[in-house]
Write a protein that binds this ligand. Structure first.
Ligand SMILES: [Zn+2]
Length: 273
């Protein structure tokens, strides 16, 4: 390590401590003075648009691993379900790359129970051709087949999934997006009758770990055409932690840190696909 790198270490540490202190104070004050009556930003939810005949308030959320829904999508799930929407989960692995598949599948059901998603509205795929792995490439058409089947089964008004980067860049997240995109493309001619498709915007690194401070500024992609933003009320900011507690096998210290500092705890930005 050269001299300039050595002098930068205390600078990085100071910035980290400053962000942690300010965000913790901000979080405490926001939670302390939060009004539960103001819960859930009906403006954003009511503006979540539907098209054609798809006015029924239902959404199929497609993700790769049990716990993706809790770590990345809690503001959206809480907002929609609190407004009477029906939510379906399609999880394309049982998470066996990070633990026992049957345990993790059961944890997803427990998380669904926390959010208010019925077990019959949750499908956990355990397909050897879609392994939970950072290395394995998934066949896009196979993912698209699972989407087709879930849409035929549940007839949702909306499909929501990761964007092309997949929040963390995980190859499985990206493969889920590719599969949904392929499914959407193959149904382009039915654009008036098929579900609306939404992608969870991956935020740039400088934004991703700003914690509650992200609520002080407009999100980088919130002004994009058709973007929809979900902000939980401050009293609800414990919900991602509560949901993650249903994923007991995954609760290691750095996940607590992730949930605390992740911008996805404090806002979700969705863009049309
Ligand atoms: Zn994941």
């Amino acid at each position: 390590m050269d001299t300039s790198q050595t002098t930068l270490v205390p600078v990085y540490l100071s910035v980290l401590v400053l962000v942690a202190s300010v965000s913790s104070l901000f979080l405490y004050l926001a939670y302390r003075f939060c009004s539960p009556e103001g819960a859930f930003l009906p403006r954003e939810v009511s503006e979540f648009p539907a098209k054609g005949g798809l006015t029924h308030k239902s959404v199929l959320v497609v993700f790769a691993h049990p716990d993706d829904e809790a770590m990345f999508m809690t503001p959206t799930l809480r907002a929609l379900i609190s407004k009477g929407w029906t939510v379906y989960f399609l999880c394309l692995t049982d998470g066996s790359g990070g633990g026992d598949g049957s345990v993790r599948a059961a944890e997803l059901l427990a998380s669904g129970d926390y959010f208010g998603v019925a077990p019959t509205h949750i499908e956990v795929v355990a397909d050897p051709d879609l392994p939970d792995s950072m290395q394995a490439a998934w066949t896009t058409q196979l993912v698209a087949q699972y989407i087709t089947r879930a849409v035929q089964r549940w007839c949702p008004g909306h499909v929501m999934t990761f964007d092309a980067f997949g929040v963390s860049g995980h190859v499985n997240h990206r493969a889920v997006h590719a599969g949904v995109a392929a499914w959407r493309k193959s149904h382009d001619e039915e654009h008036l009758t098929r579900p609306n498709v939404w992608a969870l915007r991956s935020q740039p690194l400088y934004w991703k770990y700003l914690g509650p401070l992200v609520r002080l500024f407009p999100a980088p992609s919130a002004s994009r055409t058709g973007a929809v933003v979900f902000h939980p009320p401050w009293c609800d900011i414990r919900c991602p932690f509560m949901a993650m507690r249903r994923h007991k096998s995954q609760l290691v210290w750095f996940r607590y840190l992730f949930v605390w500092f992740s911008s996805y705890t404090y806002e979700n930005v969705w863009v049309p696909m």
